[in-house]
Structures are given as C-alpha cells and as structure tokens.
Design a protein around this ligand. Structure first.
Ligand SMILES: [Zn+2]
Length: 105
C-alpha cells in the first residue's frame, strides 16, 4: 500500500497517478503542472511513475482549479466594466475637445 504524494497518508481505494493524463476540468492543465504550480519554486518536485495522489487531494486540486477559473472570469468581467467606463469617459472628453475647437475656445 502506497502513500499519497501530497499529503503522505496511506492510500485506500480511489487514487490517480500523479503523471496521469487526467487533468482538472477547467484549465486542462495536467495534474503534475498544477502540483508544481501549487508548491512553487521553493522546492524541486520529483515524480516517479508509481506516485499517486489520493481522492481527497485530487478533489482539492480540482476545486483549486475551479476557483482559479472563477477568479479569472471575475477579473475579466471587472476589467471589461472598467474598460467600458474609460471608453465612455474618453469619448466624452474627445467630444468636449471637438466642441471647444469648433467654438474656437
Ligand atoms: Zn492526498
């Protein structure tokens, strides 16, 4: 019986290979890349073909991926609002300049 690659607990039942092709649903980034992204540059991650992660860690990894995707959607929506507002402001300023020029002021 092996241990989970992430949490060092004994593996019971469902598990997936760390290097498997199963990827989080939202980003389609392989699990291995998600784990490296999670751990960061402070550690070197060495994976063997026999390394597994448990169902709980897989679920957490997928949930993290989903939240990151949601955050990206929120950021894009907010940036779109800011962009639209600034475009309206820029158009208004442009119209005022044209009016001033046409009035000779
Ligand atoms: Zn685990």
């Amino acid at each position: 019986m092996g241990v989970c690659f992430l949490y060092d607990t004994k593996l019971y039942g469902e598990r997936i290979l760390v290097g498997s092709s199963i990827t989080p649903r939202h980003s389609n980034v392989p699990n291995m890349e998600k784990i490296v992204e999670l751990i960061g540059d402070k550690f070197v991650v060495i994976v063997t073909p026999a390394d597994h992660i448990c169902k709980k860690c897989t679920s957490l990894l997928f949930h993290k991926d989903e939240l990151e995707n949601d955050l990206k959607l929120v950021k894009n929506a907010m940036l779109l609002y800011i962009y639209k507002r600034n475009m309206e402001y820029c158009l208004l300023i442009g119209l005022l300049r044209i009016l001033r020029l046409s009035m000779g002021t």
